[in-house]
Every structure is written in C-alpha cells, then in structure tokens.
Design a protein around this ligand. Sequence first.
Ligand SMILES: CC(=O)SCCNC(=O)CCNC(=O)[C@H](O)C(C)(C)COP(=O)(O)OP(=O)(O)OC[C@H]1O[C@@H](n2cnc3c(N)ncnc32)[C@H](O)[C@@H]1OP(=O)(O)O
Length: 398
Amino acid sequence: MSDHEIRVLADEEHRAANTLFRAAMHAPKAGAEDWALEARGYQPGRTLGAFDEELIGTAQSIDSDLTVPGGGTVPLAAVTRVGVRADRVRRGVLSGLLQRQFADFAERGTVAAALHASEGAIYGRFGYGVATTGRSYAVDRRIARLRPEVPSGGEIELLDTDTALDRLPRIYAGLERLRPGMLARPSYLWLSEEPFLRQADTPLRAAVHHGPRGADGYARYLVSRTPGSPVTARVVDFHAATAEAFAGLWRFLLGLDLVDVIETRSRPLDEPVELLFTDPRACRVTGVRDEIWLRLVDVPAALAARERDADPLVIEVSDPRLPANSGRYLITPDEVTRTDRPPEITLGADTLAMLYLGGWRPSALAAVGRLAAANADAERTADRLFRARRAPWCGTFF
Ligand SMILES: CC(=O)SCCNC(=O)CCNC(=O)[C@H](O)C(C)(C)COP(=O)(O)OP(=O)(O)OC[C@H]1O[C@@H](n2cnc3c(N)ncnc32)[C@H](O)[C@@H]1OP(=O)(O)O
C-alpha cells in the first residue's frame, strides 16, 4: 500500500483531477474551451483526490436516483471519472478512494452506487456487480423494411443543439422511470454531456416524438461520413414511453436520407428492434456487454424499496467492505427485517447487487457458484422474488 492522503477537492482543483483522469484513460488534456463546459459537470464537494506529494488519483460522484423494480426510487451515487496516475497504480490508491466514497455515501443516506466500468476485472472486489446488460446492433437501412403491422407513430420534431439542451432534460424527466435501472439525470449529468453535444464536426441531432399526450420519446444521433465507409447514423440516447413512440422514432431513423447503417449501443436486452422488420436479419447484433455495475450501500434500505412479491425468504449477505450490511434478512412482501433464522440463500454483496434489478436469475447464479441455496424451494422462491417484468437497463452514460 502506498502512503497517501485522500480528501475532497475544492472546485479550483477539479481541472487537475480531470487532467489526471484523462491521462489515465490515455486521452489528451481538455482545452480551455472544453474545460469551460466540462467543469460545469462537477458537482461541488463530490470529487475525491488522493495525494502523496501531489495528486495521484481521483474519483467523482454525482447525486441521482435509481428506479428499482416495482417503480420506486432510491438515492444513488453515479460514480465516474475514476483514475490513478500510471506510476502509482497497484498500491491501493483506488481501494482507498472507493472505501472513502462508501463512507461518504453511507453518511449521506445514499442507498446505492453505480458505475460504467472501463474493465470487467476491477470492481467486483469492491462489492459492485453487473446489474444490467446492453445489446448493441446495426440496422442495415438499405434492406430494413418495416412490417405492415408496425404502428405509424406520431409527429417527429427535429431540435437543434441549443433547443435540445434546453428541452431534453425535461422530456427525459418524464421518461426516467420506464425501467428498473434507469437514473434521474441531474443537471450535472446533462452538463457533463454538453461538450459532446456540441462537437462541431459531427453535430448531434435530437428527434422528439410527440404522442397524444405530448413528448413521449426521443432519439439523439449523429451521422458520420467517412470516405470509403458506409454512412452511419449512431444513436447515442433513445427512450420511448409507448409502442407508438418506439415505432415512430425508428420509422424516422429509417427515413434518414443518405444513411446506410443505423447503429445503437447498449440497448435493453428485451427491446424488439429486429421484430420491426420484414427481414429480422436487417438488424445485426454487434455485441452484448455489461452496462452498469451496481453497489448496494445500504442493503436493508435497498431491499425494502423494491417490490417483493414472493414467499418469505431468509438471505444471508456477506459484505467485508461495508460490514454493516452483513447479516441475515427475512424478506416478506410486507417488510425486510434482520433475523437469526437459518439462511435459505447465502451470497456476497456483489451477487446481491447483480440480482437486485432483476438482471439475473438466482438459479443461474447458483449454477455458477455465485450463491448457495439451501434447497430447490429456496431457489425457486428467490427466482420469483428477483424476477424482472422488463429487462433492467440504465440508458445513461456517465
Ligand atoms: C467508473 C470509471 O471511471 S471506470 C475508469 C477506471 N479508470 C481506468 O480504467 C483508468 C486506467 N486505470 C487506472 O487508473 C487504475 O489502474 C485503476 C483505477 C483501474 C486501478 O487503480 P489502482 O490504484 O491500481 O487500484 P488498487 O491498487 O487499489 O487495486 C485494488 C485491487 O484491484 C486490482 N486491480 C486494479 N486495477 C485492475 C485492473 N485494471 N484489472 C484487474 N485488477 C485490477 C488490484 O490488483 C488490486 O487487487 P488486490 O486487492 O487483490 O490486491
């Protein structure tokens, strides 16, 4: 372990943290213009710095809310911009930063934390688990024909960048609870995006769908034209509250002149895009990958906040990094209480985080040794308790 101090950075230190993070990701330092925009995405008091003689590591978080199964929400910390200077890695700097975050989160009443991981082998040891999975695909616009029964959809309105920045936050706020795993997007998350939104060479477009009750979906996309390559519309943000909005936005994307391919990344696993087309192979899956990693900071509060429509079940959780979570819980439809009864399901905090939003079946995790069930009945009850009505999905990059 290295000898380092960890403290909250002052606002005027955010740029140094940003430069360190960018260097850790092998990205250049932000220019003055970009930094003027990026700085506004830093929530004051929420960026940690690790120091020996100088700044050697950083981790940031932003307050949000997470939609949980059943439609409720819990306070969430969106963790981002984590980096350690390349000459100080593997000396416990990240471990110190994350442990300090957990202490801060617990003190603030934050129930869960989430992040997008740069690599899959880092965060499990800290009690984070893969809670949602995303599917990426490419639609060949040249052969994609909509089936006749696909809804026609409502009106589409195309917004310029300034209007999008003004209106999309409010439109998204009406869509943020469509699925477990979705986040409220506080202004800091939108402001973090602004430099990207304003990229001059590939302007980002926003198409808003209007249904009978107003704006009920949108797609943000940018079109890249590289000589010798198919012209590609890359969809970077897409939400639809209704079947009509979903179909209407796809109808619009398919109508984009001069575009050959429409690419989307990290979409919900149960989104039926290929079923829109007469030839489902017009939609080619290009990847399936972990989307958000979840960490339950307050296990009893998290369990109490989600729906619990199953027979009573006793689970035993082990959480060496946040020992207050360790113990046995009796989970019933009415309440979640500590208990001394023998456990029916035994699991680590990272595995519980994987189950929490409904992204994995407990029986599947038992099959690979990630949890132990006392008997087949317990496994069946756990499968029912943690099942998902819709595939959980976040849909926000941070
Ligand atoms: C949410 C986000 O922002 S994701 C972006 C994360 N940042 C990056 O990927 C930038 C490049 N990488 C880095 O900055 C650093 O290597 C980090 C942040 C990933 C790790 O920081 P470190 O200070 O080296 O981590 P630390 O020394 O605390 O390691 C803790 C444990 O994780 C392991 N670990 C750390 N990084 C990795 C890795 N990339 N792959 C596998 N294991 C890792 C360590 O071996 C150690 O294991 P141990 O507990 O068994 O000893």
